[in-house]
Design a protein around this ligand. Structure first.
Ligand code: PNS
Length: 159
């Protein structure tokens, strides 16, 4: 079985992430979307909220499983018998960080490889932090996240 792990913070999930999830799931038997618990940043959404949002937006994708992880990604991958990490590349500015992560992960576990999906042009500019910022100023985020996520962002920011 050909499996992959798509890791990230997903704070919150955007149309850009959903595009990568759909495309990766289309070429793999099984895709684990792995939400990082402890990345040092203070997230807007708890890990459980982020997992639930991802479950909601991927409910029609039968080969996609949503999980959370803490610690090293390579250890999580090994525990689940997965050797392929999936990441999205938006622009050249992502490249340096992604190259470093991919190479570091391979030094830690030479069995692991990272494959990259180039983001659809429609979402090339999009990031969770931009969505959080626009929403925090009351801006319209309907082009960036699905309706169910918009509602949860508004509820969270109104608290
Ligand atoms: O969505 P993000 O925040 O760009 O995702 C970053 C993520 C979660 C993929 C990365 O921070 C990660 O894998 N963290 C787990 C800790 C780890 O394994 N670090 C070594 C990678 S260099």
């Amino acid at each position: 079985m050909y499996s992959g792990i798509y890791p990230g913070s997903f704070d919150p999930v955007t149309y850009g992430h959903i595009d990568i999830i759909k495309r990766a799931a289309a070429v793999m038997d099984h895709l684990i979307v792995a939400v990082l618990k402890n990345n040092g940043k203070t997230p807007l959404f708890s890990v459980d909220e982020r997992v639930n949002m991802l479950k909601e937006v991927t409910k029609d994708l039968k080969n996609v499983e949503i999980m959370s992880f803490s610690g090293l990604l390579v250890n999580f991958a090994k525990e689940h018998g997965v050797k392929v990490i999936v990441r999205g590349l938006r622009a050249v500015t992502d490249f340096e960080y992604e190259l470093l992560m991919s190479q570091t992960n391979r030094v830690m576990d030479p069995d692991i490889d990272t494959i990259f999906f180039t983001t659809d042009l429609e979402y090339a500019y999009l990031s969770s932090s931009i969505v959080r910022e626009i929403a925090s100023y009351g801006g319209d985020i309907s082009k960036f996240v699905p309706e169910c996520i918009q509602k949860q962002i508004k509820d969270k920011l109104s608290k």
